[in-house]
Design a protein around this ligand. Structure first.
Ligand code: GDP
Ligand code: IMO
Ligand code: MG
Length: 429
């Protein structure tokens, strides 16, 4: 009956994919509940790397039913090419289910995302240009096209004609861009996607509830992260969905009482792609070191991620926003060679020490991080699998984070591979 949620606690790329894959071993269903192919979730299994955008990270296990929930925005071309890539690599995607209520991302969303970003000039958000914002905007405007519309050609063509009637006017008047032909696009989508997608389109709300009632082993996989949440993130430098744990309820069609284990995932430092405030951002050689050792380049877009020290002000807020029951830490190994390591415990704002997330965002822009500095461990952690074998300095670093954040650290990851994980909570049992 109870379900588990994996949620990012920073600005994305924390290693949600890795932990989803790990937990999926003991689950029967993995559900993506929001976002789209702006996500890039990397799994490394037996030295083989899989970069997933839309397909849930449980797909590598044959016992898992992967589900794309109603809260996701789906580019049908991207989904089919990802399924093909997986199939070519020997992964069976036949059990994948896609909610008929999920909204489609179609090429005009991407065109709009690109043009709108460009028009913002130096104020641009740094979106992934995958059409995420425009697709959710259409959903909210109630002119979106849902996956189930593909099953009724007349409806699909009518809706596409309606929405493009308006979108083309905007593209032409505001951006001086040639119109997109609705009939041609409808033909393309129906010809290239419909028959391949048809067996996967389902009433996923019912499927999720049946699974909750039978096995109860359902895992909700968040994409993006708490501080990219449309409501709770650093608006406007956010995505257009609800990555926080509450998003699992609306994005999959379950009530909150099902969510029992809520695992927040945090890097042992922080990265951010795109624009927006970032109090602990590093512009020095330590930052370069984190980017180089952590290979901090976007899984999909290849963009260099902005690096910084771990920030427990954010993590404490993430605990509240998500009701986190535990925190898992990734990429601890990336800090292996540093002489000292820092943990941000508060901000100095206008001469005042602040330990909770400032509610006025201007204050976040002005926040100067206050750090606890600890000795580094100068030891390779990548082969350690028992908490007891961690160097004392690494244990002290984790214990300080745990103390600051106030929830137990469950799992600690020390490399991209499935086996590179430590059950840290045992240490405190
Ligand atoms: P996600 O979007 O949250 O799933 O994270 P990404 O896959 O975008 O980024 C995390 C990156 O770090 C991927 O390349 C992972 O393979 C890698 N990774 C995950 N955990 C670890 C770890 O503990 N150590 C190292 N060095 N890499 C890791
Ligand atoms: P995963 O699931 C990191 C960021 C973009 C941009 C902002 C808005 O791999 O953690 P969007 O295209 O969503 O409108 O862009 O959000 N962003 C991510 N950053 N990881 C992600 O996903 C992201 N998805 C979106 O860089 O700043
Ligand atoms: Mg990612």
């Amino acid at each position: 009956m109870p379900a588990t949620v994996v949620v990012g606690t920073q600005w994305g790329d924390e290693g949600k994919g890795k932990f989803t894959d790990l937990l999926a071993k003991d689950m029967t269903m993995v559900v993506r509940y929001q976002g789209g192919h702006n996500a890039g979730h990397t799994l490394v299994v037996g030295g083989e790397k899989f970069a997933l955008q839309l397909v849930p990270s449980g797909v590598l296990y044959s016992h898992i039913t992967p589900v794309i929930g109603n809260g996701v925005v789906v580019d049908p071309f991207v989904l089919l090419s990802e399924m093909q890539m997986l199939t070519d690599r020997g992964i069976d995607c036949s059990k994948l289910k896609v909610s008929g209520n999920a909204h489609l991302i179609l090429p005009y969303h991407q065109v709009y995302d690109e043009l709108h970003e460009r028009s913002l000039g130096s104020s641009q958000l740094g979106t992934t240009r995958r059409g995420i914002g425009p697709a959710y905007a259409d959903k909210a405007l109630r002119v979106g096209i849902r996956v189930q519309d593909l099953l009724d050609e007349a409806i699909f063509r009518k809706k596409l004609g309606l929405v493009l009637g308006h979108t083309n006017k905007v593209l032409s008047a505001v951006f001086d861009r040639e119109p997109i032909n609705a009939e041609e696009l409808a033909d393309r989508v129906l010809d290239e996607c419909l028959e391949k997608l048809r067996p996967h389109i389902a009433d996923t709300v019912t499927l999720v509830h049946e699974e909750l009632e039978s096995t109860g082993k359902v895992l909700f996989e968040g994409a993006q992260a708490t501080f990219l949440d449309l409501d709770h993130g650093t608006y406007p430098f956010v995505t257009s969905s609800s990555p926080s744990a509450g998003g699992a309820c609306t994005g999959a069609g379950v009530g909150p009482r099902y969510l029992q284990r809520i695992m927040g995932v945090a890097k042992a430092y922080v990265t951010r792609v795109g624009s927006g405030p970032f109090p602990t951002e590093l512009f020095d050689e330590v930052g370069d070191h984190l980017v180089e050792v952590g290979q901090e380049f976007g899984t999909n877009t290849g963009r260099r991620r902005r690096p910084g020290w771990i920030d427990t002000v954010m993590l404490r807020h993430a605990v509240r926003l998500n009701s986190l029951t535990e925190l898992s830490i990734t990429k601890l190994d990336v800090l292996d060679k540093l002489d000292t390591v820092k943990i941000c415990t508060g901000y100095e704002i206008d001469g005042q020490m602040v330990t909770s997330m400032p509610y006025h965002q201007s204050e976040l822009h002005a926040a100067k991080p206050v750090y606890v500095e600890l000795p580094g461990w100068q030891q390779d952690l990548t082969q350690i699998t028992e908490a007891a074998d961690l160097p004392a300095e690494a244990k002290a670093f984790l214990a300080e984070i745990e103390k600051q954040v106030g929830v137990p650290i469950g799992l600690v990851s020390t490399g991209p591979g499935r086996k590179q994980v430590i059950e840290f909570s045992d240490q405190h049992a």
